[in-house]
Design a protein around this ligand. Sequence first.
Ligand SMILES: *[C@@H]1O[C@H](CO)[C@@H](O)[C@H](O)[C@H]1NC(C)=O
Ligand SMILES: *[C@@H]1O[C@H](CO)[C@@H](O)[C@H](O)[C@H]1NC(C)=O
Ligand SMILES: *[C@@H]1O[C@H](CO)[C@@H](O)[C@H](O)[C@H]1NC(C)=O
Ligand SMILES: *[C@@H]1O[C@H](CO)[C@@H](O)[C@H](O)[C@H]1NC(C)=O
Length: 469
Amino acid sequence: MTSSPFPSLVSLLIVLLALIVNANGESRSHHKVNVSSLLPRKVCSNSKDALSNVTRLRLVHRHGPCSPAVRRRRSNFEAEILARDQLHVGFLRQRIAAAELGGGGTSPASTRAAPSTKIPARSGASVSAGDYIVTVGLGTPPKAQTLFFDTGSDVTWVQCQPCTVSCYRQLDRLFDPASSATYANITCASAACADLDALDCSDGTCIYGVSYGDGSQSVGFYSSDALALTPSDVVPRFLFGCGQANEGLFGLAAGILGLGGGRPSLVTQTMKKYNGVFGYCLPASASDTGYLAFGDSGSTNPTVKYTNMLRDAKTPTFYFINLIGISVAGQQLRIQPSAFAKAGTLIDSGTVITRLPPAAYASLRSAFRGRMSRYKKAPAVSILDTCYDPTGRGEVKLPAVALLFSGDVSVNLAPEGIVYAVNESRICLAFAANDADDDVGILGNVQQRTFGVLYDVPKKKIGFAAGGC
Ligand SMILES: *[C@@H]1O[C@H](CO)[C@@H](O)[C@H](O)[C@H]1NC(C)=O
Ligand SMILES: *[C@@H]1O[C@H](CO)[C@@H](O)[C@H](O)[C@H]1NC(C)=O
Ligand SMILES: *[C@@H]1O[C@H](CO)[C@@H](O)[C@H](O)[C@H]1NC(C)=O
Ligand SMILES: *[C@@H]1O[C@H](CO)[C@@H](O)[C@H](O)[C@H]1NC(C)=O
């Protein structure tokens, strides 16, 4: 590849931008933030799309003015999101524990759900399997389908005509296989069905089944059709579930886009086309937009810091990351590295709040509280136990929090990744403790906000680039 003047120009711009950001009150030790900037605005502001030559989809938070499915927020809305997040985490733990105990060929995405985590479906309620949505085109001609994107599951599915058993209400028109020239059922004898750990076989057609730990599930025909990620990037014969029995809390999305590391996932299916490289940027708030991208975009970005991606053959769906420390206000906390190493840390787009080993959380909380003593304490909100009432302050000074990963990678979180703003009068430290040392840690989506997060599956690395969106 020949060199062009553009990369150096881009680097120069990045340096200038960094200087401007510093002039705006950012530093290694603290962030000065306007409390209202932590809360979503009433209108959507589209992020300017970076100059890039990759397959890029617009990504938005499901609850906010950028979502096609805006619904009225109830007063206890945030607490409800957090309660569901806890169910989702319980489900992830159970999947990992079952696999570690030698669950044999149990696919993490199979229907063997956590029995204790059933809660009734309510319209407008939230599911933790996805907070962010993208719109793709399915079939020939392509029909728009709005899907949650989920790095914690593999199978992509949409609600499908004729909804033999049940479909919940959704925004897009229901996908109709009969109106697509390229739709095909997958037979039970096929390799694709074997890869799936299928639920069943019905009249020779492979039956998939997935559930998400909060009572949400989808069962139907495993099928293939053309998937248009963008109008010009079409994945032919993409394997997905044509859901006939769909139940749960998916709000108005048509289904789920599975980006896990297992065989049925979009990432694995497009390995030849995109080399197992994808990335996303989760926006600062629900009134901003981010992106989901496929293909080799990150390797050319000079600001990406890469750390190792860890995989476990027993749970191929999940991407793990080697969290080794935390620093607050520029000072590394004294946490035994073994505290993190015991159960490892999973990176998941579908978990909201980062879960830390008990000792690590205690240390973080204590350092954070020490730096926030000037603010009025406020009651806990669900799983968030360190909250403040900034009413009348306008601006708050938050200590910088950085996550340290192996490979000498320090990720200095954005203010939106340090505190969770419940409303104008309640901001909380956006981390929670695991119950036990051997519960897996989880890097949740709040902490990933505004970073370009890049996954290179074959090279086993995960990168973070500040200011991704
Ligand atoms: C950008 O994409 C086009 C079409 O896919 C391709 O021909 C071109 O080589 C790409 N340019 C770069 C710099 O990757
Ligand atoms: C797919 O399989 C189901 C169940 O056997 C059947 O009802 C349906 O007609 C099939 N669709 C196509 C396009 O073959
Ligand atoms: C904070 O932001 C709001 C809305 O953008 C603005 O009206 C207000 O003046 C800002 N407050 C401070 C202290 O900068
Ligand atoms: C902010 O949220 C807390 C916790 O959900 C709630 O108790 C409080 O009433 C809310 N305050 C406002 C002004 O909405």
